[in-house]
Design a protein around this ligand. Structure first.
Ligand code: ADP
Length: 292
């Protein structure tokens, strides 16, 4: 169990990237969903012990994450948002190097760890190729392989599907889904589908604050009866925006489909929408904006 208590982070320039975040995350896949600038990467880097929060406490089981970062690192797998430079080293050699860094000193054990991971992420056939030449999807699969070396109990993946095409994303989802339920996996993303596909538990982060927390299905259930939809002309959008609480707009066959939040039937041609996680997410963000 990972427990964050009142975690805040203020960057030296005064930006409050995390504002009193309290969360309990148990085993399995946890989705941290939020728009760009929400504070997701700040939170992920903090959990990965790469930066210390201005305030608050973090515990992973018995480990005091802020006080004993080296203890957490022994059991951590981290896939950062961006590796920055991609080395001209082969996938095999790079994984081997990482296995050494993670302290797997016995040669046989290291060989098995590296080779198992390469098979698992389906990079065995390209193991001798330089990572620098990999596609986005291959890089992310390599990223998961390196994060899994050493059998970590806490795995953090920061915006892993940004920039992947639908097929690669699907492949990556399947890979994440296989990681297993005995570890804590935190997936940060701005893509609702990532969470809808994979995560039995989730939270919405925006402006550094946790706005919502729970199981996607239960959260969807709660919006039932309050989301309404209508197809309109693009030119009418402003008028609808001032009259209703529009939470999302989407194009369908050249027309605009709007979803609005309303406790009672708005009539005027609206029909009840089959609410999904997108509605939960967008209505949460819309309500937070209104409250601000
Ligand atoms: P996300 O990952 O959700 O996009 P970030 O954690 O990257 O969010 O950023 C949260 C806020 O903190 C943003 O306003 C961002 O501009 C700011 N921020 C991030 N890193 C720094 C930094 N090193 N110095 C100052 N501000 C930062």
């Amino acid at each position: 169990m990972l427990k964050l208590s009142n975690v805040s982070h203020i960057y030296p320039n005064g930006t409050r990237a995390l504002d009193d975040v309290t969360l309990s995350i148990s085993r399995g896949m946890f989705g941290l969903l939020g728009p760009n600038g929400a504070g997701k990467s700040t939170l992920m880097r903090t959990l990965a012990t790469l930066q210390t929060p201005t305030k608050g406490q973090i515990r992973f089981g018995e480990v005091d994450v802020i006080g004993e970062p080296e203890k957490l690192r022994r059991t951590l797998g981290y896939l950062p948002q961006d590796f920055g430079v991609y080395p001209r080293v082969s996938a095999y050699d790079m994984l081997e190097h990482m296995a050494v860094l993670k302290g797997i000193s016995a040669r046989n054990e290291r060989k098995a760890a590296v080779e198992d991971r390469l098979h698992q992420v389906n990079l065995w056939n390209v193991r001798r190729k330089a990572i620098a030449g990999f596609s986005g999807g291959m890089r992310q699969r390599f990223g998961i392989a390196q994060a899994l070396i050493g059998n970590p109990e806490l795995i953090i993946v920061d915006e892993p599907t940004a920039g992947l095409d639908p097929e690669e994303r699907n492949r990556f989802h399947n890979l994440l889904a296989e990681i297993g339920e005995n570890v804590v996996v935190i997936l940060s993303t701005h893509i609702v589908e990532d969470v809808a596909d994979l995560c039995p538990q989730m939270a919405v982060l925006a402006g550094g604050r946790i706005l919502l927390e729970g199981a996607p299905l239960a959260l969807i259930e709660k919006t039932r009866g309050s989301i309404w939809t209508k197809m309109i002309d693009r030119a009418e959008l402003d008028a609808y925006g001032s009259r209703y609480q529009v939470i999302s707009t989407r194009l369908f066959a050249g027309r605009t489909v709007i979803h609005v939040l309303a406790e009672t039937d708005p009539r005027n041609g609206f029909v009840a929408a089959q609410g999904g996680l997108e509605d939960v997410y967008f209505s949460t963000l819309a309500q937070a904006r209104r409250a601000a």
